[in-house]
Design a protein around this ligand. Structure first.
Ligand SMILES: Cc1cc2nc3c(=O)[nH]c(=O)nc-3n(C[C@H](O)[C@H](O)[C@H](O)COP(=O)(O)O)c2cc1C
Length: 424
């Protein structure tokens, strides 16, 4: 098991002896904005290419708290609503964008032109493409302090899961214009981080392509952007920086070329993307067998990528009509008994999610490419949010669980990557 993963496990004792303490004076900002000397323009949601960005990463609601404060929540979920990820993209040959490299400024819903493409150059070579790509190439980064402020060393996991949710969100948004999304994990991180002026506070984690190859070859563009602060406050976290560096080289990549198959009705799917929320607790009502089957189909469809890693899916069925309760692995029943209490306990005693939900998921992996496998878990999580929002079932990601006890429960070694619960 990768050392970083091992060192950032939660246990019954660790969360009691070492509870997360946040320094509110150092609370980071969740927005990054380039100076107004850069050209900016608001996204027009009537334009389908603008829509991909809008339906993947924009603000979708304002949430009020009893204290009188409020917070803006987004289309994509995020552990603790800390939103560590930033979205950059290259547009080429499409309506609504001049060919160039952009940043998506979430707070104002604007695209910010960072660099205008010159003839024959592009970011394609940094993402493993030899020819120009018509469409949008995305890059997802993490401003890690936004998450490590709260989650300390465990935050690298959340930066990766949240990035996976962002990739999954792009996949959903691209479906609205009947386009496929290919994930690209093996990007040239070092050069890109340096060109974008990230200054060791922000790091690229992955890319994605909603684009098709053209005939022209293209050479790697080169620019030097100014450093722009994305968190306001900052404290270095060495654990995370070492983990990032050590997992930035890829081994034995397996390309996934099989396309996923989804059959969402577009208008309803679009509405469900904007309505998606995390359920804060379930009331214990069941879901139907048809809903269960649809959910399982969506989350097990292939994910197009340059590095597909195996992620195993364990599910505790608590309340699904006409289905035996118990523990399932990749769809096969392993133990037929009511395990709902145990499922809630394993999710750091979040019983209102893990016990009261209809199904509780645990995602595990033994694979090697840590950044890719962790983001894949996030993509599966996002597909779960997407299909449940479409079916009007509740869903919540659960990043906090007792790692080793989950392994003991499912009787399998390996890294426990993520838990999620769905229900009513
Ligand atoms: C990786 C990840 C881990 C999460 N872990 C938890 C959790 O352990 N408990 C919980 O109640 N919510 C959890 N959430 C839900 C977030 O709190 C939620 O996404 C965030 O507050 C934004 O709200 P929204 O999803 O309704 O937009 C998690 C979400 C993600 C993406």
């Amino acid at each position: 098991m990768y050392w970083y993963h091992n060192e950032t496990k939660h246990s019954y004792y660790s969360v009691r002896s070492n509870p997360n303490q946040m320094d509110w004076a150092l609370q980071p900002s969740t927005y990054k904005a380039y100076p107004n000397s850069f050209e900016k323009f608001e996204l027009d949601i009537e334009n389908p290419w603008h829509g991909i960005i809008y339906y993947a990463a924009s603000i979708s609601t304002k949430k009020y708290y009893p204290t009188g404060t409020h917070r803006f929540l987004r289309v994509n979920p995020s552990a603790g609503a800390l939103y560590p990820n930033e979205l950059y993209f290259q547009a080429r040959g499409i309506d609504g964008f001049e060919d160039g490299v952009y940043h998506y400024e979430v707070e104002s819903n604007q695209a910010v032109l960072l660099y205008r493409l010159k003839e024959g150059e592009g970011i394609e070579p940094y993402m493993g493409y030899e020819t120009a790509m018509k469409g949008i190439l995305f890059l997802v980064s993490a401003v890690y302090y936004r998450s490590s402020w709260k989650y300390k060393n465990r935050a690298f996991r959340y930066c990766l899961l949240d990035a996976g949710h962002m990739l999954g969100s792009l996949e959903s948004a691209a479906l609205l214009m009947s386009r496929e999304t290919s994930m690209v994990y093996d990007i040239k991180r070092r050069q890109l981080n340096s060109m974008f002026g990230f200054s060791s506070r922000e790091y690229f984690l992955s890319g994605a392509a909603v684009a098709s190859p053209m005939e022209e070859s293209v050479k790697a563009l080169n620019f030097e952007l100014i450093y722009v602060d994305g968190s306001g406050t900052f404290e270095q976290n060495e654990h995370m920086e070492i983990a990032y560096r050590q997992t930035s080289h890829f081994l034995e990549k397996q390309v996934e070329k099989k396309s996923p198959n989804f059959d969402y009705e577009k208008v309803r799917f679009k509405e469900s993307i904007l309505k998606r929320r995390s359920q804060r607790g379930f009331e214990g009502y069941p879901i139907t067998k048809a809903e269960y089957l649809k959910v399982m189909q969506v989350i097990t469809e292939p994910i197009l990528s340059d590095c597909d890693e195996e992620v195993e899916l364990f599910v505790v069925l608590n309340k699904v009509h006409h289905m035996p309760v118990g523990l399932y692995k990749n769809g096969k029943l392993l133990r037929n008994e009511d395990l709902s209490q145990k499922a809630g306990y394993l999710c750091l005693e979040q019983y209102s999610l893990g016990t009261q939900g209809a199904m509780t998921f645990f995602l595990l992996s033994n694979a090697k490419n840590y950044q890719a496998l962790y983001q894949k878990a996030g993509i599966i999580g996002q597909r779960l949010y997407a299909v449940t929002s479409y079916l009007e079932i509740g869903c919540s990601g659960i990043g906090a669980y007792y790692d080793d006890e989950v392994n003991a429960f499912v009787e399998q070694e390996g890294m426990v990557l993520y838990a999620l619960a769905i229900g009513r």
